[in-house]
Design a protein around this ligand. Structure first.
Ligand SMILES: [Zn+2]
Length: 66
């Protein structure tokens, strides 16, 4: 139930900014990665997602984001 709140918050975001390269995009592109760590939302663009995939997967959040 609480997980839906996070998804709705994502959908209402005006733009996403990549935490790695600073690229911005309208809304949150489906190809981008969105993670929530310590209550802070982080976005990674599709390029950085590919580049940092191993880091992302090894840095699993203690609380599932979906
Ligand atoms: Zn990026």
């Amino acid at each position: 139930m609480n997980q839906k709140t996070y998804e709705q918050a994502d959908l209402t975001t005006d733009h996403a900014e990549c935490v790695q390269c600073g690229t911005t995009a309208e809304g949150t592109p489906a190809t981008w990665t969105c993670t929530i760590a310590n209550g802070t939302r982080h976005h990674l663009c599709d390029i950085c997602t590919r580049a940092h995939l191993r880091v992302i997967e090894s840095h699993l959040d203690p609380v599932p984001t979906r």
